[in-house]
Each structure stands twice: as C-alpha cells, then as structure tokens.
Ligand binder design. Structure first.
Ligand code: FES
Length: 216
C-alpha cells in the first residue's frame, strides 16, 4: 500500500479512496494531454496535404506546338513542355521547365476499363477534377514509384521508367512494378483559346493519390 507524509513528519498509509482519487487524477491528466496533442497534430498533418482547388495549384499554359501535336495525335503519346511558375512568399517568382505527357482518348469506355483505378463503379472520376477532358488526358511526367521521369518507348508500346523498370501501357495503366499505381492524371482545361494544366505532385510508392505539393 502507498504512504505519504502527514504534518509532523509521520508516514501514513493512503486510504483506498485516496489511492483511487490519485489514480483518477493521473488518468485524467494523461487523457487531457492526449486531447491537446491530437488538437495540435491535426492542423500540422492537414497542412501537409494541400487541397486541390484551394488556391494551391495554378493553371499553366501548355506549349502551343505540343498542344497542336496532341490534337493531331493518333495512338502515340505526346510530350508537351510547360513552364512551371512558382512563387514563394519571400522570393521572386521562379520558372522551371517541366513537361507533361498527353494522350488522345479515342475509346472512353476502354480507357475507363484500363484505368479502373481512376473511376468509381458508377463511372465517376475518383479525382476531384475531370480525368478525361476534351477527349484528352494529361499525365504527370513523374513516375509514381520514386519520382524519376519515365519515357515513351514506341517499340514496346509502353511508358518505361529507367530507374527501377516500372512500365505503363499507353493509357497509363501499370503493367509492371515496382510502382504501386498507374500514371497520375493532371487537370486540363482550355481558357481563352489556351490549353492549360495544373501541376500536382502525388505521394510516391503508395497505391492512393495523396497530394503532397503543387511545385516541381
Ligand atoms: S522511380 Fe520509376 S520505377 Fe522507380
């Protein structure tokens, strides 16, 4: 049994009521600390996951030649340059040359079958933007395994990542790992006659598409 000092210096055993009150206080302190920790943790974790449409991503024009090539494309994916601009609060605006891959979707039902990771059973897009727009799909050029830049290999009719050998069919479906998902589609739109895309970086290695950044 526990004991504690009484006035006069005597050690006295605690009564069962005192022990249970002390244990209750200890448990209450742990519970309150947990709530405070959770309250702090949620905004921190949340801040790591930018919201599409919440102002993080910006529309970037597609290179005009690339867009014209994509419109004329048949079965071959088209590599399209973009000039990605980013602005940090304390630095001048930065430009970084990037690119996206575009495909023409001739058979939307086949595309939906091939890319069942992107559509629900009712055919709805699983991403918060249209995956096929104006008959085209744009893909991030970044391999969803660990972030290398993959290339189109016409002879094999596959996108191939040189780093660890992941391959993707012409619709971006994963055909060989170690990547855990197919290629990541990006938002596409046409505004005032100019085709534009939004740059989104999704978390590597996992099957789900979790936004981690809107910068290169
Ligand atoms: S980064 Fe592409 S397969 Fe590993």
């Amino acid at each position: 049994m526990s004991s504690h000092a009484r006035p006069g210096g005597h050690e006295e055993a605690e009564t069962p009521q005192e022990i249970s009150r002390r244990q209750w206080m200890g448990n209450a302190t742990i519970a309150i600390s947990g709530v405070i920790g959770l309250t702090l943790a949620i905004p921190i974790v949340g801040s790591l996951i930018p919201d599409v449409g919440a102002g993080g991503a910006t529309w970037t024009p597609l290179d005009e030649n690339g867009w014209t090539q994509l419109q004329a494309a048949t079965d071959t994916p088209v590599h399209i340059d973009i000039n990605l601009k980013s602005k940090d609060a304390y630095l001048p605006e930065q430009s970084s040359p990037q690119s996206v891959w575009g495909i023409k979707v001739k058979d939307p039902l086949k595309f939906m079958r091939d890319r069942s990771d992107l559509f629900g059973p009712d055919g709805k897009d699983l991403l918060p933007y249209p995956i096929v727009n104006m008959g085209f799909v744009l893909f991030s050029p970044i391999c969803p395994h660990l972030g290398c830049y993959y290339q189109w290999q016409g002879a094999q009719n596959r996108f191939l990542c040189p780093c660890h050998g992941s391959t993707y069919d012409p619709n971006g479906a994963l055909t060989h790992g170690p990547a855990a998902r197919g290629l990541d589609p990006l938002p596409l739109r046409e505004a005032t006659g100019v085709a534009q895309c939004e740059w989104i970086r999704y978390a590597p290695t996992i099957p789900d598409r979790l936004v981690i950044s809107y910068t290169a």
